[in-house]
Every structure is written in structure tokens, then in C-alpha cells.
Ligand binder design. Structure first.
Ligand SMILES: Nc1ncnc2c1ncn2[C@@H]1O[C@H](COP(=O)(O)OP(=O)(O)OP(=O)(O)O)[C@@H](O)[C@H]1O
Length: 290
């Protein structure tokens, strides 16, 4: 089997006059957990829905498990696990019955009770889907997405509404599935800590374009916002805080009074990157439209 699970080149998509994806390139290797990070409206859901085969009208090259999602058939679809932002269609089904019903459509599904246990849903197994809490419902969404033992799992903001314990259990489950079963996972999230914890690689999508892509460590390095150097008589934002500290040391002829160096958090760096990318994009759009 080829190593590439998903391959995207020059993907563009517009809703009417609004260009939502502006030439996206991506490669996902088999067995990796890959996160799409980006602000509201960046195009994450649109991109995921194209990969799932739910959207037409795009241009570019897209292959998911070797097939074009716009033309692939049921056998291909059975190899995908899809978890959408909400699943409200079956409020009267009991949790276990619904999961067992969906499992019956697959050749080699997960054991339903094991899956319920892994997602912390054993106690809710006999409840109707309509009375679950928000977090329980999301966990049921995830269970429905993975019960068929997919090769590729799409998770669109999967932990929205989870409490910290449910979130931790969910992260462990994804790590286990990706590690042991070689599942390829494409996740969208707004949660930087989640992206950092789970992903082999992260792509940041801003205004329909991948502005940076790499491991969490590479990303932290690439998007590093300036540090703040503060001392008794002043402060300075700089990309080279140790250089500034050294110069101050020379200037004072010894220890610098009140010296403090504050490095940006990953979140601050990320927000900085988004602002910068938006600035670039506005210029490009105006230039391109004329
Ligand atoms: N069916 C649609 N028709 C018209 N415009 C749409 C449609 N779906 C999405 N859009 C617009 O496309 C843009 C990208 O939306 P998308 O849902 O892909 O972004 P997102 O990154 O997933 O955002 P969020 O983080 O808020 O979920 C937004 O401006 C949105 O309003």
C-alpha cells in the first residue's frame, strides 16, 4: 500500500463569489495524526468535507486512499470514518443500539462494548441519544466514526464540549488507534494544546491557504513571535533576546538591573502568525482582483 493516505494539490473552492480555498497543498502519510489549525472561517470544514466526498465544485487534485473523493464509490467510503461537528439525527435511538446498528454495516467493526468503554459511554449505553449531555453526544459521534475500523478518520472539532477528563481519555484513544492500528487521522481544532499533544504535524490554514506546516516543535520555532526584554530603564520587543541582554550587560558594565525576558507562548505566536497571514492575504486579494 502506498505511504500517502491523502494528497492535495492546488485545491481551490469558492462559494459563489467568495473564494474559500486558495490553492491548498497537503500530504498526509499513513498512520499519522495531522491537525488543521485555523481561525473561524479559514476553510477547515470545507477542506475536510471535500476530502470526505461531500462537496463538489472544487478544482485541483485530490486523492484520498488513492481515489478522487468526487467519484469514489461505497467501498472507498466504507474505509473512511467521519465525525462531523454535530450529529442530531437519531435522538430516539439508544446509544448502544445505534452503535451496534452502524457496526453491522461493516465487515470488521470494533467490539461495541469495548468501544463504549474506551469512550467512557458504558454508563450511558442504554440512554437515548437525545438525552445525552453535549460531551457525551460528541463521544457518541466519535464512536460512530470509528466503529467501522476506518483507514482514515476525519475529526472536525471532536472535543468541543468535552470536560478535561473526557478530553484526556479521547486523546489517549486517538493515540492508541493511530499507534496500534495505523489509522490516519485528520483533525481540525481551535485548541493549540490539543494539536500539540496529538499531532505528528500541524498545518495552519488562514483564509484558505496553508501558511505553515510542520511538527509542533517546527511550528513553534517557525511562528515564534518576538520576546519582550524588560529592565529597570526600558523595554524592547526582539527576536534576539539574548543578544539584547548581552548588549545591556555591556552597557551597564555588569548585571542589568531588573532584567526580565519574556518569551511568547505558542498561543501568542500562533495569533501573531494569523494576523500576519491575514495582512498578506488582504494585499494579495486586492492586487489579484484588479
Ligand atoms: N455552504 C456554504 N455556502 C456559502 N458559504 C459557506 C458555506 N459553507 C461555508 N461557507 C463560508 O466559507 C468560509 C469557510 O468556512 P468553513 O466552515 O470551511 O471554515 P472553518 O475554518 O471550518 O471555520 P470554523 O472554525 O468556524 O468551523 C466561511 O466564510 C463560511 O461562511
Amino acid at each position: 500500500m502506498p505511504d500517502v493516505a491523502i494528497r492535495v494539490r492546488g485545491l481551490r473552492m469558492a462559494y459563489g463569489p467568495v473564494q474559500v480555498l486558495n490553492g491548498v497543498d497537503l500530504d498526509l502519510r499513513r498512520g499519522e495524526v495531522f491537525t488543521l489549525l485555523g481561525p473561524n472561517g479559514a476553510g477547515k470544514t470545507t477542506l475536510v468535507e471535500i476530502l470526505e466526498g461531500f462537496r463538489t465544485g472544487w478544482s485541483g487534485e485530490v486523492e484520498v486512499l488513492g481515489e478522487n473523493p468526487a467519484h469514489a464509490g461505497d467501498a472507498w467510503r466504507a474505509r473512511l470514518g467521519v465525525v462531523m461537528q454535530s450529529w442530531r439525527d437519531h435522538p430516539r435511538w439508544r446509544v448502544r443500539d445505534l452503535l451496534a446498528h452502524v457496526a453491522a454495516h461493516y465487515d470488521d467493526p470494533h467490539d461495541v462494548d469495548e468501544l463504549l468503554a474506551a469512550l467512557g459511554l458504558t454508563e450511558a449505553a442504554r440512554n437515548r441519544a437525545g438525552v445525552l449531555s453535549g460531551g457525551q453526544r460528541r463521544r457518541l459521534d466519535v464512536a460512530l466514526g470509528i466503529v467501522g475500523r476506518p483507514d482514515v478518520l476525519f475529526l472536525d472539532e471532536p472535543t468541543t464540549g468535552f470536560d478535561p477528563e473526557a478530553r484526556r481519555e479521547f486523546h489517549q484513544l486517538i493515540e492508541r488507534l493511530a499507534g496500534e492500528d495505523g489509522l490516519t487521522v485528520l483533525l481540525t481544532t481551535h485548541d493549540l494544546a490539543e494539536a500539540e499533544r496529538l499531532s505528528g504535524r500541524i498545518a495552519v490554514l488562514v483564509a484558505g491557504r496553508v501558511v505553515t506546516c510542520g511538527s509542533p516543535a517546527e511550528l513553534a520555532h517557525a511562528v515564534q513571535a518576538p520576546s519582550l526584554v524588560r529592565w529597570a530603564d526600558g523595554e524592547l520587543e526582539t527576536a534576539d533576546p539574548s543578544g539584547v541582554a548581552w548588549e545591556l550587560h555591556q552597557r551597564y558594565g555588569g548585571p542589568v538591573p531588573g532584567l526580565e525576558i519574556r518569551r511568547p507562548t505558542l498561543e501568542e505566536s500562533y495569533l501573531d502568525l494569523i494576523e500576519e497571514a491575514r495582512g498578506t492575504r488582504e494585499t494579495a486579494t486586492v492586487g489579484g482582483a484588479r
